[in-house]
Write a protein that binds this ligand. Structure first.
Ligand code: F6P
Length: 338
């Protein structure tokens, strides 16, 4: 059945909004070698045992420190790759010595919880919520205390929430790249899933039917995001190969981006089928370690949940994807928000 509204009539437009602002490159003055005072426990999603009790994190909103209860989440990986509990610990140890040798490390993180995340809205360019700012502080503490002995590069998207999230991480080079912006939801930018269902129920159902190829009106599909992120991934792989050839100095890359974009990274590096890509779990407030074994060339993954609470933004595929489904069927898997 045809959509009941004109796809060209909405206000959001990826071609106009998502990729047009200018992006700069900045170089920070110091490398990340100094341990920090605010200790942040790391938690394996599978056992959560390293993250005990509580952690003091500065509240950037008020300037006061407050205690956040550590509440490790259980990351249920819906895809076929395996995670082990020891990989990130192995990686941390490796970075403390240096990153040379037989393993390469890429660290991925979503931005901290944004104001839109908090209210269940997608897209936009809102600021971090207070908990998102606490995550930014926790991320800086965590990465800076790894005492990395080789140059660190931080890449963010061009959106405020990723730039703010990475701001406290000490690094040698910092880049904001529009290619790493979140999937642009076109006329649905800034709406909640409930509002999309209410206003554009058939679009909502069509997306559920094929999330990989579905393009929001005036916006993007996952295939579009794969296409724009592809050259960035190509650059990363090329530079890893070059360093291997030249025995050049290693560097560690921290990429702070968004749910859909990081799904593309995980799908590529972990060889996850594109059909599964739109449902890969990429929780907020979690550092994802990608570690490559040079012998096999294979990348493995490990999740480190930092102890700052946040909303869940993961909406699994609902059972009923028919265009005529009821509202409750359409909203069956929408995560709770505040
Ligand atoms: O909800 C957070 C968010 O990053 C939105 O901005 C974006 O539209 C969405 O996730 C992408 O996830 P999904 O494709 O599962 O809707």
């Amino acid at each position: 059945m045809a959509p009941t509204y004109s796809r060209g009539s909405c206000s959001g437009d990826a071609s106009k909004e998502g990729v047009t602002f200018s992006i700069g490159t900045a170089t920070a003055s110091s490398s990340s070698t100094s341990p920090t005072t605010a200790a942040v426990a790391s938690a394996s999603p599978q056992n959560g045992t390293k993250a005990e009790a509580a952690s003091a994190l500065p509240d950037q909103g008020t300037g006061t420190a407050h205690i956040m209860a550590v509440k490790p989440i259980s990351v249920t990986v819906t895809t076929s790759f395996q995670q082990t509990q020891t990989q990130s610990e192995f990686g941390e140890e490796k970075l403390r010595s240096n990153n040379k040798g037989s393993h390469k490390v890429i660290l991925l993180s979503r931005h901290g919880e944004s104001e839109n995340n908090f209210s269940g809205k997608i897209g936009g360019d809102t600021n971090l919520s207070p908990r998102g700012r606490a995550y930014a502080a926790a991320l800086a503490s965590y990465i800076n205390s790894l005492n990395i002995q080789c140059p660190v590069e931080v890449w963010t998207s061009g959106l405020k929430r990723t730039i703010a999230t990475a701001a406290g991480v000490k690094c040698n080079q910092r880049k904001a790249m529009k290619e790493l912006n979140e999937l642009h939801a076109g006329c649905c930018e800034g709406m909640s899933y409930e509002e999309i269902q209410s206003e554009y129920p058939q679009e909502f159902a069509m997306r559920d039917q094929n999330k990989l190829t579905y393009k929001y009106p005036n916006g993007e599909s996952y295939e579009d995001v794969l296409a724009r992120v592809g050259p960035v991934i190509g650059n990363i792989e090329e530079s890893i190969l070059e360093r291997r050839r030249d025995d050049d100095e290693e560097k560690v890359l921290l990429i702070v981006s968004h749910q859909a974009v990081l799904r593309c990274f995980l799908s590529h590096f972990l060889d996850i089928a594109e059909s599964e890509l739109p449902y890969i779990e990429v929780p907020l407030h979690t550092v994802i370690w990608l570690i490559q074994d040079e012998d096999t060339g294979k990348w493995s993954v490990s999740y480190v949940r930092l102890p700052v609470e946040c909303v869940d933004t993961f909406r699994p595929k609902p059972q009923n994807c028919n265009l005529q489904r009821s509202e409750s069927d359409a909203l069956e898997t929408v995560p709770t928000h505040y």
